[in-house]
Design a protein around this ligand. Sequence first.
Ligand code: SAH
Length: 406
Amino acid sequence: MMGRRKSKAFAQENQSLVPCSSGTESARVEVEDEAMEERVESVSLDDSPLIGAENTSADYYFDSYSHFGIHEVMNYFHLFILQEMLKDVVRTKTYQNVIYQNKFLFKNKVVLDVGAGTGILSLFCAKAGAKHVYAVECSQMADMAKEIVQTNGYSDVITVLKGKVEEIELPVAHVDVIISEWMGYFLLFENMLNTVLYARDKWLINNGIILPDKALLYLTTIEDAEYKEDKIEFWNDVYGFDMSCIRKQAMAEPLVDTVDLKQIVTSDIMIKMMDISEMTSGDVSFTAPFKLVAERNDFIHAFMAYFNVQFTQCHREISFSTDQVMKVANKAYDIFPAGPRSKATHWKQTVLYLDEVLTICKDEVIYGNMTVEPNKKNPRDLEITIDYTLNGKRSQVSSTQHYKMR
Ligand code: SAH
């Protein structure tokens, strides 16, 4: 699922995706240096049986870990994931700005940090004047978070609770603020949003604040001939042998990778807006129509998705985007240096390849629907279906494609 497109921020060479997660841990892993990659190889996909079409990430993790000291391996990777996320400046600095620039939201308030990791968001909140912060973390990292809290002198303000949000008992009946960094690839991969909604319904006071409170998923299309050839068509002829059965599987797996602005062929559309303070867990599944208009004559090889996250409760709204182009946020609020492109985030973009290459002319329109739903067997995985139609001068295509994110 992870790409290796070269010469892009966050897409440095020597990255690889490695299994890293149990049912609760994050699967965001990239390996940035060679030494790390070598260590990782031994537990990477290369060792595990090929994932069958019906398998989910649960099977995959089981297979990959079956011959290792599972906890040791997971701790090691979890540490790595958390470091990668902390180094994602767009992500972490946005949360820091939200908290430090809006102390009025935290002053003397009881805060719940859902999925605290190292406790970084809890520390920001404590520093901003929160009365008390409950930092809930289900992994072994909770022990580190406790030590970090103590080392930094916040033991009287932050209580780290080790366990699943769905299973722990909170020492208080209500909280004033919920903060969480729950977003996965393609926004919804890993389905941690449901954990946040669970916490909201159980503990958040009426008119309490949830941060972030809006998440928006966008869809567009890209020209990607070179990379599709390298990644997908490769399997058609491998040293003279037909391995196209693997091509089918590669096609069905959305690719997480950085995309250049100049690859974008059509307009983009906001396909789904999630209001975290209002929505129900059922809203994570949806079907939405789209209409994408070609901005020039070009070929289209894939759909591409990215998301924005907004903190609308701030004194002045703060947001960040994973489209690498901080259109509004950059210019209006100067959070990050303005420029043609924002800094890449560790979420990159998600590329969904099309079976057929579309030859599209300027102003022609692709109509379609996108359906997103958690896999029934493993709700952390995502099933994505896109049906689309192009009735153009040079391409007349009507097709349905299924993707599985695991
Ligand atoms: N808040 C931290 C970590 C975010 S990653 C930061 O911003 O850096 C999300 C964290 O949530 C992971 O550490 C993961 O282990 C934890 N997590 C995921 N599901 C959880 C659940 N149901 N209960 C408690 N923690 C959970």
